[in-house]
Write a protein of this length. Structure first.
Ligand code: SF4
Length: 365
């Protein structure tokens, strides 16, 4: 039986962070209730179309935890009732540290959540302030502790690199903090200034790090994380052995997924489609056709994000033709300059290659 993942977008946050361009807004109990009720209906309508096995479920946002454990569990229960969910499915919920401490993790574990992803961003209080975050690092530690006491032991922390005022030392301190909290997984992203955010309007006044500093932060983070047993498996993701995030690996392997919620994207039966970044459009069931997906160029682009890179036998099994010799020749040239590695089975980026992967990929495909 073919498999796929389900993404549920919960578009509410207590406060908008000035760097964030995810679709989210402030909500209240009435809106949380309405959104949950609509989502329960949507889950039924999608289950009629998707008769494959679900191997991962991811509640993201926004801040899913703001709607409370009961609503999250009602949505997960509905998914389990309506879809064929694998008994070993990875079920993740994003949790913000300030809402984590009030969450009923016991109920969440009993309902089937087995992984949480906590938006720490930094363990340095000044950096948290610079990012406009409304929590402390200790609240993230407490969230991890409470989840783990309730039996949810697979815990990921998000870190950010390139925060105003961040130094190599303060990043190392944040990595130490994550390791000390005993998390199994760390996502470490470079701050990107996105159009439409408050940081974008302030970008000329912010003490942002330049490309060289960002490269130093990234390469140091990779080394420091690996030293603490977090092996890199994707450009920005690191895990203890066996704790790699299944849901996102499915994206990078060009696997299928259904996104439910405003702004959620889907790729199913070779087609891409999404809900607009607007709750009312979601309620009105407006789905935007985004064309076809999953061709060989897209597969090369996504799989090269992974540390294992492009596995030639998997590519050939999927497309019934080998990677084009001209692409292999270009990879060989990048390998000569230390940006990529290549053998008879696969091609992948080196650490320094990951830093410039976007421009290299655009030359490869
Ligand atoms: S809490 Fe997360 S989703 Fe919400 S505004 Fe901040 S970064 Fe964006």
């Amino acid at each position: 039986m073919n498999t796929f993942g389900i993404y549920l977008h919960i578009p509410f946050c207590r406060k908008k962070c000035p760097y964030c361009d995810f679709y989210s807004k402030r909500g209240n109990e009435i809106e949380y209730e309405k959104y949950t009720a609509e989502t329960l209906k949507k889950i039924i309508s999608w289950s009629n179309l998707c008769n494959k096995k679900v191997t991962s479920i991811y509640f993201g946002g926004g801040t899913p935890s703001v709607v409370g454990a009961e609503r999250l569990c009602a949505m997960l229960d509905q998914i389990k009732k309506q879809f064929c969910v694998d008994e070993n499915a990875e079920v993740t919920c994003e949790v913000n540290p300030e809402s984590g401490k009030g969450l009923d993790f016991e109920l969440m574990r009993k309902t089937g959540f087995n992984r949480i992803s906590v938006g720490l961003q930094s363990a340095d209080e000044n950096e948290l302030k610079a990012l406009g975050r409304i929590h402390t690092a200790e609240e993230a530690r407490l969230t991890a502790k409470l989840a783990s006491q309730a039996g949810i032991n697979n815990i990921s922390f998000d870190l950010m690199m390139g925060i105003p005022f961040q130094t190599l030392e303060s990043l190392k301190y944040s990595i130490d903090f994550c390791a000390d909290c005993g998390v199994t997984h760390i996502s470490s992203y470079l701050l990107k200034i996105e159009k439409g955010t408050k940081f974008f309007t302030l970008k000329d006044k912010l003490p942002l790090s330049d490309d060289d500093i960002q490269a130093d932060l990234y390469l140091n983070a990779v080394d420091e994380l690996e030293r603490r047993g977090y092996a890199q498996y994707e450009i920005s993701n690191f895990a203890k052995p066996g704790y790699e995030g299944k849901h996102n690996i499915n994206y990078w392997k060009c696997g299928e997924y259904i996104g439910i919620g405003s702004s959620a994207h889907s790729f199913f039966d070779g087609k891409r489609f999404y809900y607009e970044r607007n709750i009312q459009d979601y309620y009105d069931r407006k789905i935007v056709d985004d064309g076809t997906g999953g061709d060989s160029r897209e597969y090369i682009m996504l799989s090269l994000r992974l540390k294992e890179g492009l596995v030639f036998s998997e590519f050939e099994r999927r497309y019934a033709f080998p990677v084009h010799p001209a692409t292999i020749q270009k990879i060989k040239n990048f390998a000569k300059h230390g940006f990529m590695e290549l053998d008879s089975e696969h091609a992948c980026f080196t650490k320094k290659g990951f830093l410039v992967s976007n421009s290299i990929i655009s030359e490869l495909i």
